[in-house]
Design a binder for this molecule. Structure first.
Ligand SMILES: *[C@@H]1O[C@H](CO)[C@@H](O)[C@H](O)[C@H]1NC(C)=O
Ligand SMILES: *[C@@H]1O[C@H](CO)[C@@H](O)[C@H](O)[C@H]1NC(C)=O
Ligand SMILES: *[C@@H]1O[C@H](CO)[C@@H](O)[C@H](O)[C@H]1NC(C)=O
Length: 223
């Protein structure tokens, strides 16, 4: 009996070496990564929203995040209407610099054409978010890091509005918190402000737009 118990304990100890404990995210800067992505020409956009790795696993897949994005007013990027070069990020997970997994754009009423409309109608500000996944073997949280901004419409040259990073983040968070739903899935989202990840100010930030240095951690649970 004792022998059996020690075998079981031994097996548990071995298996715990191979299972990673769920974690909200890993600070990219602790392993050679950055909280600014690379938008080209030596500047970047702040990773100002993190979808926690402790969210429901169904939210963290590509299909899952697209579905959730639709519940909070985003949609697929309008097909064939990609407006810029992909951005890349180094999340300190051992993958180095990796292109965005996807780009989300704010949706307007029309489901299929929503994002096309917002770009073509003009005159509106819209939100966009580049999405990066922290899943390298050195920091495999599964968290999604988002660079969110509020932009001018396409005919204004697709530029970020003054204070567009803080504003875009705050509007996304306001739309996300509490209960939201899309099709048959209901989400419960809680937000937590994180400081100390991003430096406040405009050093290295695309367009020289200063930020308040807050990254919002969203934990999304499918209810
Ligand atoms: C990122 O995207 C650019 C443009 O599509 C491409 O040239 C580059 O090879 C990509 N980088 C990686 C690491 O996939
Ligand atoms: C990590 O995420 C990237 C981007 O979504 C994906 O292409 C890749 O397959 C993922 N890697 C693993 C090991 O799941
Ligand atoms: C988080 O930060 C934003 C931006 O400064 C602020 O508006 C909000 O009230 C803060 N939320 C909490 C819970 O502290």
């Amino acid at each position: 009996m004792l022998v059996l118990e020690s075998i079981v304990l031994g097996l548990q100890a071995i298996s715990s070496l191979f299972t990673t404990r769920p974690v909200a995210f890993y600070d990219p800067t602790e392993n050679g990564g950055f909280m600014l992505d690379d938008a080209g020409s030596g500047v970047g956009e702040p990773l100002n929203v993190i979808i926690s790795g402790l969210s429901s696993s169904g939210v963290l897949t590509n299909d899952g995040i697209l579905h959730y994005a639709q519940a909070i007013g985003f949609s697929f990027e309008c097909l064939g209407f990609h407006l810029g070069a992909p951005q890349s990020a180094n999340l300190g997970d051992g993958n180095g610099w990796v292109n965005q997994t996807m780009e989300l754009r704010q949706d307007y009423a029309d489901y299929e054409l929503g994002t096309c409309l917002e770009s073509l109608v003009g005159g509106n500000h819209f939100r966009q978010a580049q999405v990066f996944r922290q899943n390298g073997t050195e920091a495999n949280s599964g968290a999604l890091f988002l660079a969110v901004s509020q932009e001018e419409d396409v005919f204004e040259g697709h530029t970020i509005i003054p204070d567009g990073y803080n504003t875009g983040r705050d509007l996304l968070v306001a739309a996300a918190i509490g209960l939201t739903s899309h099709e048959d899935v209901t989400y419960s989202t809680v937000a937590q402000n994180l400081t100390g990840l991003l430096a406040p100010g405009s050093v290295g930030v695309n367009h020289g737009i200063a930020t308040d240095g807050i990254t919002v951690l969203l934990t999304v649970t499918i209810v």
